[in-house]
Write a protein that binds this ligand. Structure first.
Ligand code: MG
Length: 312
């Protein structure tokens, strides 16, 4: 199973290789009909959810997403050569416009694991080019989706210093910088430690909490992946209650299709997110059970959200 963390490690190798398999021949007829009542909800999709299926016919796939009820997307697969999965950014943007979708956000991350004083300029060079390209596309949210090295409290604080600097630069260019979690952000670290441990009961601080404490609220927001928060043995609702202004976007994700596993209480999550005024949320789907395509999966996810009264 390719999970998101592995995906980012392998992204360069996979980008053009077509190794993330999927077929889209069997889309249900329901995609052809737009339900008039569905246009009222602004439902987003993290396009990583489609793996390579998106690129067998990008313009058509985007139009199909709009017909399913999605109104906006979050990008994945940008590289600083000005392409998204090999498609030049402005060509990609045109296909999105033609499909009547909006690019709200993007997942982007420099290819640097350890943040040190010696490679900070390399990290900032990445963000300068990335900000420039995304400004051209009119994208407002730039989100880092994965952890750099955070094996001790000191290393976490160094990462936060870089996040603040990146956030300041992104803000000065009229956009916002955010961080997206998996489960390992809920691991705990020690001062001078050499590793992070995912442990429910401990007095050591969680990486995620250190991120919240040591980043500037004016410069860094959080996109909470609700599923990975649960897998990390934490409660997304509790975090939303405790940090109502810091968490400004959500990844709405389940084990496979939304609402099927029993892992996730989306009603409670959305009720709190609505109270907090969160309007940016993106469906994310990783591997589908055998025999189903990613397109079928994201369509089922859209149907779930469209019929759910707690999604406003
Ligand atoms: Mg996610």
């Amino acid at each position: 199973m390719t999970n998101r963390r592995n995906f980012f490690k392998q992204a360069t190798a996979l980008a053009m290789g077509g190794l993330l398999l999927g077929k889209t021949e069997s889309l249900s007829a329901a995609t052809k009909a737009v339900n008039a009542s569905t246009g009222k909800k602004n439902i987003g999709l993290q396009i990583y959810s489609l793996f390579d299926e998106l690129y067998d016919n990008l313009p058509e796939r985007l139009k199909q997403l709009r017909k399913m009820g999605y109104t906006n997307i979050e990008l994945a697969g940008y590289s600083p050569d000005g392409k998204i999965h090999g498609v030049p950014i402005m060509e990609f943007k045109k296909y999105v416009d033609d499909a009547d979708l909006v690019i709200k956000s993007t997942h982007v991350q420099p290819g640097v694991w350890e943040y040190t004083n010696s490679n900070k300029s390399q990290i900032m060079d990445y963000w300068k080019k990335t900000a420039e390209d995304h400004a051209k596309m009119g994208v407002k949210l730039l989100v880092q989706p994965g952890l750099p090295a955070t094996r001790s409290i000191e290393e976490v604080k160094q990462v936060c210093d870089v996040f603040n600097e990146v956030g300041e630069y992104i803000k000065s260019n009229g956009m916002k910088f955010g961080y997206h979690n998996h489960d390992m952000e809920f691991a705990r670290v020690k001062s001078g430690g050499n590793g992070a441990v995912l442990q429910f009961r401990s007095n050591d601080p969680k990486i995620y909490d250190l991120f919240l404490e040591n980043t500037d609220p004016d410069l860094v927001f959080f996109e909470m992946d609700c599923y990975w928060t649960v897998i990390g043995q934490n409660d997304p609702v509790e975090y939303l209650q405790k940090h109502p202004t810091r968490i400004q976007a959500l990844h709405v994700k389940d084990r496979h299709v939304l609402g099927k596993s029993g892992f996730m209480n989306f009603e409670a999550i959305f009720n709190q997110a609505n109270e907090n005024g969160i309007t940016n949320f993106f469906v994310e789907l990783e591997g589908m059970p055998q025999g189903k395509t990613q397109m079928e999966g994201v369509e089922e996810c859209a149907k779930y959200l469209l019929k759910s009264k707690f999604v406003k």
